[in-house]
Design a protein around this ligand. Structure first.
Ligand SMILES: Cc1cc2nc3c(=O)[nH]c(=O)nc-3n(C[C@H](O)[C@H](O)[C@H](O)COP(=O)(O)OP(=O)(O)OC[C@H]3O[C@@H](n4cnc5c(N)ncnc54)[C@H](O)[C@@H]3O)c2cc1C
Length: 496
């Protein structure tokens, strides 16, 4: 699209990660369904769409490439929205489930990867024998976990931190050895600050309904599970799912379906209300402007805060109060015959108390097929976050050296990697601190008419949550568009 050619639009969508792309897609689909015209523009600062979803194919080692994920490697199917989107986009045959038969998670325990006992669902033991025999938790720690059967349930709706909740129900050891590395690992968060209700509301539900976490998990294990399908395909899917060529296949396909104006390499630098209240004027960093009746911001909360400050200082302050942490990953490929470790699981998570410079290692080519060429394996090391924030500032060479030292110390891997890829994610992971859902509700209430925020900073950080929120945002935008009559927008200026 020519730079000086911005026509006024019904909706401007800012940010081209999964949240912005999906918002555009669901709006477009709604317009098609109702056979109504829709003009929208999506503006993305980077020259590529997809945001944190990025996959690199590294060729040159045989029949197929290494498939290296820079950000997410999968989406969970218990939350069905990303899977449904993939199917709707025609990706059924490309869906790649994780190798569930190899699903075993190790927890580093005094420097040694120790299997999480069989039958531990989320963090809760549901099988007596493997749990009783596991060396991961001390006998006293196991007894303390058993007290969960007797401790009265908290029945109010007040939020609390994940750490307070786990400590209250299962004790310190369960927090340190299981919950903190597994649960806070997913969110790259500090259990001592992480909101229970914004991240694991199911635990509170179970506590309320069953009076005990263990009793509740045992009951949910017994009840038959509906298969994660969208009703059109009976094919069962794995809990962790990706696509044959990696998660980027989802955003690439989505991007290819969009028929609106898509501006890559263009950042929005300011938003002002039109004096006649017909909508908003967006200032772009290429020297042009765009008029839009409504604006959906699918940008990080601190970017949205800056953009919305002149329109709503209250919303801006709340947006700016959502903390972010920086993380990174380094993927390393090895020749299989140079790695003695069986890599018989999905990887190892590392409790904070182990005081290592890294947080986890995923055995990517065990978790998924098609991630490494024949005769090779792919591993991914996670670092940074609130535990080791300074790690992302280390040089590439230092990070590679640390990752290799850790692979040697924890898994006995000394071989020279055949390649490695490093991704730094600065200020990329929003933190859902206790009280988060109230904060988000207050933000939403303070937004001016016709302005929406959507995406990972708000009501769920995972890809399925982002898709779900996009559906909701598209619905709200569409509702407003089709029910509120507004004066016609004047033709936008060609330049500022
Ligand atoms: C290392 C890592 C591993 C992860 N693993 C998983 C996983 O396994 N499973 C899972 O479900 N989730 C995972 N996540 C989380 C998930 O990837 C993200 O929450 C999700 O992709 C965020 O999407 P988004 O569209 O909300 O935000 P982003 O992807 O951050 O998109 C926001 C976009 O806004 C653009 N932008 C910013 N400012 C402007 C501006 N002024 N004008 C225009 N555009 C702008 C940015 O360039 C960016 O493209 C992981 C994340 C990371 C970092």
């Amino acid at each position: 699209m020519a730079l000086a050619d911005h026509k006024p639009v019904d909706v401007a969508i800012i940010g081209g990660g999964i949240s912005g792309l999906a918002t555009a897609y669901y709006l477009q689909r709604q317009a098609e369904r109702e056979q109504r015209p829709l003009r929208y523009t999506l503006l993305e600062r980077s020259r590529r769409a997809g945001g944190k979803i990025i996959t690199e194919q590294v060729a040159g080692f045989g029949d197929q490439p290494f498939v290296v994920e820079g950000g997410p490697d999968s989406f969970i199917t218990q939350k069905p929205w990303a899977l449904q989107l993939a199917r709707e986009l025609g990706l059924e045959e490309r869906i790649l489930g994780a190798n569930d038969h190899l699903r075993k998670t190790y927890v580093l325990n005094r420097g040694k990867p120790t299997p999480l006992p069989d039958g531990v669902l989320m963090i809760v033991p549901t099988r007596f024998l493997p749990f009783a025999l596991s060396p991961l938790i001390s006998p006293l720690g196991k007894l303390r976990m058993g007290l969960d059967f007797f401790i009265p349930a908290k029945r109010d709706d007040e939020d609390e931190t994940l750490a307070d909740f786990i400590r209250r129900r299962l004790g310190d050891e369960a927090l340190d050895k299981i919950a903190e590395p597994l649960m806070s690992g997913i969110y790259n968060a500090e259990a001592e600050r992480q909101s229970l209700l914004a991240t694991f509301p199911r635990f509170r539900d179970i506590e309320k309904r069953h009076g005990s976490l263990i009793r509740g998990m045992l009951a949910s294990k017994r009840s038959p599970k509906p298969a994660a399908t969208n009703g059109t395909s009976p094919k069962p899917v794995s809990m962790f799912t990706s696509l044959h060529d990696g998660t980027q296949e989802l955003v690439d396909t989505l991007f290819g379906r969009l028929t609106g104006d898509i501006c890559l390499g263009v950042a929005v630098t300011a938003i002002a209300a039109q004096p006649d209240r017909s909508g908003y004027r967006l200032t772009l960093d290429d020297g042009t402007a765009l008029l839009a009746r409504q604006v959906a911001l699918a940008t990080p909360a601190f970017v949205s805060a800056d953009l919305l400050r002149p329109l709503s200082p209250g919303a801006a302050d709340l947006l700016a109060s959502i903390r972010y942490v920086s993380t990174g990953t380094i993927s390393l490929g090895f020749r299989r015959d140079e790695v003695a470790h069986p890599l018989n699981g999905f990887g190892v998570v590392i409790p904070r108390s182990e005081r290592r410079p890294i947080n986890a290692i995923t055995w990517s080519s065990t978790k998924f097929n098609h991630r490494a060429p024949d005769g090779h394996v792919l591993l991914r090391v996670f670092f940074g976050g609130s535990r080791n924030p300074q790690m992302v500032d280390r040089s590439d060479e230092e990070l590679l050296a640390i990752a290799r030292r850790e692979l040697d110390a924890l898994l006995g891997i000394r071989a020279e990697p055949v390649f490695h890829r490093l991704f730094r994610w600065r200020n990329a992971t929003p933190q859902y601190d206790a009280g988060h859902l109230q904060r988000v509700a207050a933000i939403e209430a303070a937004l001016p008419t016709g302005i929406y925020v959507t995406g990972s900073p708000y009501r769920g950080i995972g890809i399925p949550d982002c898709v779900h929120q996009a559906q909701g945002t598209a619905g709200q935008v569409w509702q407003h568009l089709t029910t509120v009559s507004q004066p016609e927008l004047a033709q936008s200026e060609r330049t500022l």
